[in-house]
Write a protein that binds this ligand. Structure first.
Ligand code: ADP
Ligand code: 5GP
Length: 260
């Protein structure tokens, strides 16, 4: 049985790595493609676990040798997915998850239109700024310039959301994890006829609600907050009220959280 290729993209700091690591704890049979990158390891990252860290010269050699399924420059560093990751997952009959940026997503979709694509959005720029700052703080130092560089890139990346089949808004973590899990189980059910072990109807409903085609109302406030519904020359972030000193990111508490 052929595995399913999942592409997941998101602006940096949206919580994509967190979601993927939670998914991998809960769903078996999904391989994660460890990308190659020329950027330096961050925080507790280990070579071969989060990324294969390499030099620019070696990366260029790999490009020339045609070893990458896709590759792109992101924030001044190079990132690429080795073809080998796909070959190995296929040989094992496993699903494969690619955590790649929107440029890489477009390259893979062009080669493999059957891939399932998922775009993760932060709920608004203020939450994204908090997450980027918290992550920097956890790594030892808050680099405000870097935080703003990633914030500015976020709205440009979010503009590409229409290219993705499913959209998650990572507000409340548990809910977003349940939605991601539902998408994987629903795709396995539709494509491979794999039985869903529990609450199958609910799982299919949750996945269907995440389809881009069914998400316009849900996405409107997010797109507005990132200025994406404005004309390009009027675009600006809406950070909402200036946060209090103890700014935190607990997700909104005014929405139902039982999405299972
Ligand atoms: P990405 O992989 O998209 O760059 P990370 O997974 O590193 O983002 O998450 C950025 C920061 O936000 C991390 O500190 C993470 O713990 C936090 N985070 C992720 N998702 C949530 C969430 N739903 N609620 C609160 N914090 C979150
Ligand atoms: P970070 O440096 O924060 O881990 O990742 C920065 C961006 O690079 C993220 O959007 C991430 O999805 C993307 N990225 C990670 N690996 C790859 C890859 O192999 N190919 C592409 N195109 N992007 C990648």
């Amino acid at each position: 049985m052929a595995g399913i290729l999942f592409i997941i993209s998101a602006p940096s700091g949206s919580g994509k790595s967190t979601l993927v690591s939670e998914l991998r704890k809960q769903v078996s049979g999904v391989d994660f493609a460890v990308s190659w990158t020329t950027r330096a390891p961050r925080g507790s990252e280990e070579n071969g676990r989060e990324y294969n860290f390499t030099t620019r010269a070696d990366f260029e050699r790999m490009v020339e040798a045609g070893l990458f399924l896709e590759h792109a420059e992101v924030f001044g560093n190079f990132y690429g997915t080795a073809r080998r990751s796909l070959d190995e997952a296929r040989a094992d009959g496993h699903d494969l998850l690619l955590d790649i940026d929107v440029q890489g997503g477009a390259q893979v979709r062009a080669k493999m239109p059957e891939a399932v694509s998922i775009f993760v959005m932060p709920p608004n720029p203020r939450v994204l700024r908090t997450r980027l700052r918290n992550r920097s703080r956890a790594e030892g130092v808050v680099n405000e310039e870097e935080v703003y560089r990633r914030l500015a890139a976020a709205s440009r990346e979010i503009e590409n959301y229409r290219e993705y089949g499913y959209i998650l808004v990572n507000d409340i973590l548990d809910r977003a994890v349940a939605q991601l899990e539902a998408i994987v189980l629903a795709e396995r059910f539709y494509r491979n006829g794999e039985v869903i072990a529990y609450r199958s109807r609910r799982v299919l409903e949750v996945a269907a609600a995440c389809m881009q085609n069914n998400s316009q109302e849900r996405l409107k406030p997010v797109l507005e907050a990132f200025g994406i519904l404005n004309a390009p020359d009027q675009r600006q972030f809406n950070f909402g009220e200036e946060p209090a000193e103890d700014e935190s990111d607990q997700g909104s508490d005014d929405e139902e959280s039982d999405d299972r």
